[in-house]
Design a protein around this ligand. Structure first.
Ligand SMILES: Nc1nc2c(c(=O)[nH]1)N[C@H]1C(S)=C(S)[C@@H](COP(=O)(O)O)O[C@H]1N2
Ligand SMILES: [Mo]
Length: 463
């Protein structure tokens, strides 16, 4: 198979906008130079047609390097299956006790005061962060599992780095001790699910979306310590032909609600991002990574959609050919009336959001002074300012920021408020980031409900 013949220049535009690179990937797939294991041929044909890159379907002669995996790709699938489908939140809530929200597959306790269970996932309650520090305490950090937390023995674990993007197609192995001997980096960053805030497409905008009905708690910020992925790739022998990096989890295969086995959770990362600020993290908030968050090692991709931060990473393919997985084709693109037929480019950066550290319909004493607190974050830049409204958006005033704003992280803020009289109120918080972007009133609909960024209407009662 020809290698890289279509690639005459290094991938560009990948850092803030993957669309240029994505077109290149599609062209290479068309030329038989990209692999798409586990992705249906007709899905790629649809992408190609819509991107104006394919004239007839018959022109496409390649794409699935492995016949076995191609067979997986042709298994029947209904449209509209999505990430985070199936056992969504509603069912989880029913069986909840006052003590703990039971979620099979999550190891840590999920006290009702801190979590809402949503299928295989647990959402952090923002009110549980009130009075905590900058970072989400690890025991309150949301968990998003496609299947279940695998409990791995760190002493038996090793990372395999392999693929034709390494010199001489070689394979390298790193134990946890090997990784810890490499230069360590510590940084603060949030991990946020691309579907965070999804339920507001329905409750605020009256729209139908598929996937877990998160409110705002599918996000957390932690202090991560680990080794730069770039360092590990270089030690493994990165070749100048490498273009994509595909980390894969050791959790079970993900089978969609209609029974299609999509294989292990994995999502290609363009090499430019992999070499930029990505970590292989083995510590979270100063402790070894706990099982639910990827023990012994997870990928940490600052600012990007949570799916990029693969937990329980077992191997990383480094490829000289662009790669696809279901997690950058069917999932994690925006589909819907506001988008081209082939969907948007694969999602990269998270969007802007704000949340109050208050329960929904919280009761606050009327005619008393309160200190409203919350957090705002952006995947594009640091949060520059936050404005708060206590009258449903009629008037706004700036909140006071309590953290130095930084990229890929959130800021805590507060605003005083004295509700004049008893009755219902709607609280709003609206962030603006250093790129100049401000949270809008509404978010254009997309079928899978990703990247909700509109201002959320938070109801409270003054009593
Ligand atoms: N191996 C593996 N990695 C994974 C997932 C998964 O199910 N399996 N879920 C992803 C998704 S969709 C998100 S939002 C984040 C959630 O990270 P957390 O559970 O540590 O909060 O992990 C990502 N990494
Ligand atoms: Mo996610």
């Amino acid at each position: 198979m020809p290698r890289n013949s279509a690639r005459t220049t290094p991938p560009t535009g990948t850092r803030d906008d993957e669309s240029v690179y994505d077109r290149r990937r599609l062209r290479q797939w068309l030329a038989g130079e990209a692999r798409a294991d586990g992705v249906e041929r007709r899905d790629l044909l649809r992408l190609l047609a819509a991107a104006g890159l394919a004239t007839t379907a018959g022109a496409v002669t390649a794409g699935f390097a492995s016949p076995a995996l191609a067979a997986t790709g042709t298994a029947g699938r209904t449209t509209g299956h999505t990430e985070e489908t199936g056992r969504t939140g509603e069912t989880g809530e029913a069986g909840r006790t006052a003590q703990a929200a039971a979620v099979p597959g999550i190891v840590k306790p999920l006290p009702d005061a801190w979590f809402t269970s949503r299928g295989t996932n647990a959402e952090t309650k923002f009110e549980a962060l009130a009075g905590t520090g900058h970072h989400t305490p690890t025991d309150r950090f949301f968990v998003r599992n496609h299947t279940a937390t695998p409990v791995l023995d760190p002493h038996d674990w090793a990372l395999t780095v392999w693929g034709d993007g390494l010199v001489k197609d070689r394979t390298a192995q790193f134990t946890l001790a090997d990784l810890k001997r490499l230069p360590a980096t510590t940084r603060s960053a949030f991990v946020e699910c691309a579907g965070n805030g999804r339920s507001f497409f329905t409750t605020q905008q009256g729209q139908t979306v598929s996937g877990t009905a998160w409110t705002l708690g599918a996000v957390g910020s932690a202090r991560w310590r680990g080794v730069r992925l770039g360092e590990v790739l270089r030690r493994a022998g990165l070749s100048r032909h490498a273009v994509d990096v595909l980390p894969r989890g050791l959790d079970a295969d993900y089978v969609t609600a209609d029974g299609t086995n999509l294989g292990r959770v994995r999502r290609p990362l363009p090499l430019s991002k992999a070499l930029d600020d990505v970590l292989l993290a083995y510590e979270m908030n100063g402790e070894p990574l706990p099982p639910d968050h990827g023990s012994p090692v997870r990928v940490l991709v600052p600012s990007w959609v949570g799916i990029a931060s693969i937990k329980w990473v077992g191997d990383i393919e480094v490829s000289a050919q662009p790669l696809y997985s279901p997690w950058n084709t069917d999932f994690y693109r925006l589909f819907g009336d506001a988008y081209p037929d082939e969907g948007s480019a694969p999602l990269t950066r998270q969007t802007l959001k704000s949340a109050f550290e208050l329960p929904w319909n919280a009761s606050l004493e009327a005619a008393a002074e309160h200190r409203l607190t919350g957090r705002s974050w952006s995947g594009a830049g640091a949060v520059a300012r936050v404005d708060v409204s206590t009258d449903g958006g009629a008037t706004w005033r700036p909140a006071r920021l309590h953290d130095t704003p930084r990229r890929a992280d959130w800021v805590r803020w507060s605003a005083p408020w004295r509700p004049a009289a008893p009755g219902p109120y709607t609280l709003l918080a609206r962030a603006t980031d250093t790129t100049g972007r401000t949270q809008p009133r509404t978010t254009p609909h997309n079928t899978q409900g990703y990247l909700f960024d509109a201002v959320v209407h938070h109801p409270v009662q003054a009593v």
